[in-house]
Write a protein that binds this ligand. Structure first.
Ligand SMILES: [Mg+2]
Length: 310
């Protein structure tokens, strides 16, 4: 109703819909490094993180508010590029920038987005709906973003070489799964959801805790990711440590109604989104990993520690 440029924006919801709100910040040298992300890329990456939270709620993105803390010597043209990258990443999902704020900082710069979306009453997914027997489904290849970040820090420019391209891409240019989420929500395939922003193990733990269920994840159901294997060799770690460990992949971790699994697979297939059914939610609260030999171990759940030592 009233766009950017006034003291506040005035937004009109689709009649009868719920407002779904999220916010996510992007801080220099914590979330991004200038040598790895240009201003347009910063805008796009900021959009992706916030869009992913709305995807995890099956909400439709509508409006964004951008707040920036910028050093005094920052060239104005590059701020326009941040905004351009942000707007371009929001646009395909139907969202626009409706306002923002700019302030001067002395240290690291930061970009903070508030993204507002809407959902039909009661249709937003939550972390609390998974039931014992539901499938555990994951989009994309969790672990790649964290591996990409680690490879970039460990190898520097050598990480730009071909074997690591998909890892670096997952780290710098994640794909929010809005379109798939909207399609799945329309068919009632999903009972609970979270997006992987800290790591598969940690975010599965959060979904299980909120739903009061456990999980059995099986190696036999989850094909090896060659990209992750290449990263593991370069970093001299186990590929599974990357798959389950800290990683901001912005993929969807879903509880899928077993009666709707085929439908969910078809919807993902139509959109070219990898969707893998890696195990089941259980009545027992334990989260268990069945390895390639059939042995059961507790599923690693160490995710990104926001306040841990660097
Ligand atoms: Mg989230």
């Amino acid at each position: 109703v009233v766009d950017a440029g006034d003291d506040a924006a005035v937004l009109r919801l689709t009649p009868g819909h719920d407002l779904v709100a999220t916010t996510d910040a992007f801080v220099e040298n914590v979330h991004f490094r200038r040598e790895w992300l240009d201003p347009t890329g910063i805008g796009a990456r900021l959009a992706a993180a916030n869009l992913s939270d709305l995807a995890a709620m099956a909400a439709t993105p509508r409006w964004a508010l951008l707040s920036m803390g910028i050093r005094g010597d920052h060239p104005a043209a590059s701020l326009i590029d941040v905004q351009r990258g942000l707007a371009a990443a929001l646009e395909p999902h139907g969202a626009v920038i409706t306002g923002g704020n700019l302030t001067r900082v002395e240290g690291g710069e930061w970009f903070d987005l508030t993204l507002l979306g809407e959902a039909a009453p009661g249709e937003a997914w939550t972390r609390g709906g998974a039931r014992p027997g539901d499938w555990i489904a994951i989009t994309g290849h969790p672990g790649r973003a964290g591996a990409g970040c680690r490879v970039a820090m460990a190898l520097g420019d050598a990480a730009r070489a071909a074997p690591f391209a998909s890892l670096i891409d997952a780290w710098l240019r994640p794909t929010p799964r809005i379109d798939l989420a909207r399609a799945l929500a329309g068919r009632g395939c999903v009972t609970g959801a979270i997006d992987v922003s800290d790591g598969f193990g940690a975010d599965l733990g959060r979904l299980c805790a909120a739903s009061r269920v456990g999980a059995r994840v099986e190696d036999a159901l989850w094909p090896r990711d060659p990209a992750l294997a290449a990263g593991a060799v370069a970093l001299r770690v186990e590929a599974d440590a990357l798959r389950f460990g800290p990683s901001d992949d912005y993929e969807l971790l879903l509880a899928v109604n077993p009666a709707r699994r085929a439908e969910a697979e078809a919807l993902a297939g139509e959109r070219g989104v990898p969707l893998c059914f890696v195990g089941r939610f259980t009545e027992s609260p334990a989260r268990v990993w069945i390895d390639g030999n059939g042995a059961e171990t507790p599923l690693p759940d160490g995710g990104w520690d926001h306040f841990g030592a660097r």
